[in-house]
Design a protein around this ligand. Structure first.
Ligand code: ADP
Length: 456
């Protein structure tokens, strides 16, 4: 009983650190809205609000065969998407794992590899009769690294992220580089569009659910995209685009509150994560929310309690002391443990960290996971609410397509976002509904390729 009481005392402390009141959330939403506006007004702001040159929503009637290549953080995916109209599609795909060496290779060698994989895939599709031999297929290239774009089929890599470091690529047009590799390998494909996973998800979600106005990714990182009036993007007014035309904006909202750290409630664990990260000060919003960090937040709390002599006295805790050893997937498992004894949590701590736990400790860990996961979802709700409020979508309501392992696999993540939206907006918050958008980067790239091909 003594330990039970002690754990309960500790929990109260963490509850006050990690709980977001509705009032605090509304303050965050207001600051977030300001950041979105500033990003649209001027180049080089904290939240970059990147114009994508994807104009307007798909009609849903796009048809035909398209190739999509997605150069992700861990995999290269090549897809053949057949758009059938009426929001219907078919997709066939192959995945290739990228080695750490490939990520650091000469850029052109990396793109050669992408082209070789695509060639193998296309050949197999021709062989099985799915596509005809001599046709040139339009290709949408999903490349989710920050690029400077001034049209849809062009993009200069600003800098690699997610552990990539291929040389001779930053500052170069990645479309031109990939095109060169396609020609070299005689791949019957023409790159017509360069896009990122979030913009792809926005377009793909709208294709299947026309009430969609916003898309979010909650995976290793977090981001959002939505459709903006060109006239409300002052920083591109010099391009002379019709003010009433619409263009998708890739918010790169993970950067919200970076550097000045004025708006988000950061605990000391969040500060440690930031200071020890390879990019201190950057991606402040993402560091409180995304899959890459939630497990680490929990691990830092556990380590603090080990240091204070509260947990695992007399046990060897070196495995828990390894940075990033506590995967966010463990939080999911802990929260969904159905047993009274919390057997799943016993399993995690004995198998992965070689420490014994008491029931009171396991209950405490589960409660902690809940605090960390809930804060992430409620902060995500703040971001969505900022776009909803800026765009005036609340009364009419809208759907929000979401993807990423955190959204798809963390129990209750969507419900907590919805609860958060109601805390911010009251009853009307129910008008905003998130849903799982499947395979946005593949389908979205295909649809974008389809519509940009017709405008060429
Ligand atoms: P990516 O964003 O890299 O394309 P994912 O959407 O799969 O890929 O996100 C990967 C992130 O999701 C990792 O940080 C991982 O820790 C986290 N993750 C994986 N499985 C789960 C799970 N079951 N619950 C919560 N988070 C998870």
């Amino acid at each position: 009983h003594a330990t039970k009481k002690r754990m309960a005392d500790h929990l109260r402390k963490y509850e006050s650190l990690f709980t977001l009141t509705p009032q605090r959330m509304r303050m965050i939403v207001e600051a977030f809205k300001d950041s979105l506006e500033t990003g649209l007004a001027k180049a080089g702001q904290v939240v970059p609000m990147i114009p994508t040159y994807v104009f307007g929503w798909p009609s849903g009637e796009e048809t035909g065969n398209f190739l999509a290549v997605d150069l992700g953080g861990t995999n290269l995916r090549v897809c053949l998407v057949t758009l059938e109209g009426e929001g219907k599609f078919e997709i066939t795909q192959s995945k290739y794992r990228l080695t750490e060496e490939q990520k650091q290779e000469e850029g052109q060698v990396l793109f050669d590899f992408c082209a070789e994989c695509l060639k193998t895939f296309v050949d197999s599709q021709i062989e099985s009769g799915v596509i005809r031999k001599d046709c040139l297929l339009p290709l949408g290239f999903t490349f989710s690294y920050p690029c400077l774009q001034d049209r849809i089929d062009h993009g200069e890599l600003i800098r690699w992220t997610k552990g990539f470091g291929a040389s001779n690529t930053e500052g170069h047009d990645v479309v031109a580089m990939f095109r060169k590799s396609l020609e070299k390998n005689k791949v019957p494909a023409e790159i017509v569009a360069l896009t990122c996973d979030t913009t792809g998800t926005l377009i793909a979600s709208h294709y299947v659910n026309p009430r969609t106005r916003i898309a979010c990714i909650f995976g290793t990182g977090c981001n959002a995209a939505y459709m903006e009036r060109a006239g409300d993007i002052p920083k591109i007014s010099h391009l002379g685009i019709d003010g009433n035309a619409e263009m998708a904006i890739n918010c790169e909202w993970g950067a919200f509150d970076s550097f000045e750290h004025e708006n988000l409630p950061r605990t000391k664990y969040d500060q440690i994560i930031d200071e020890t990260s390879n990019k201190p000060g950057e991606q402040a919003f993402e560091k409180l929310i995304s899959g890459r960090y939630l497990g680490e937040i929990l691990r830092l709390i556990i380590c603090e309690l080990i240091d204070e002599g509260v947990l695992f006295l007399g046990q060897n805790t070196y495995k828990l002391e390894i940075p990033y050893s506590f995967d966010t997937a463990f939080l999911s498992l802990m929260e969904s443990d159905p047993t009274d004894e919390l057997l799943m949590i016993i399993g995690i701590f004995t198998h992965f960290f070689a420490v014994e736990t008491t029931l009171a400790e396991r209950q405490f860990f589960r409660a902690l996971a809940k605090l960390v996961g809930k804060r992430a979802a409620r902060l995500s709700a703040c971001g969505i609410a900022a776009i909803v409020s800026k765009m005036g979508y609340l009364d009419e309501g809208c759907a929000v397509g979401a993807d990423g392992s955190l959204y798809n696999k963390y129990p209750g993540f969507a419900e907590r976002i919805h609860e958060g939206l109601q805390d911010i907006f009251g009853e009307k918050g129910k008008n905003i509904v998130t849903y799982h958008a499947e395979d946005g980067s593949g389908i979205g790239a295909a649809i974008i390729a389809g519509s940009s091909q017709s405008t060429h």
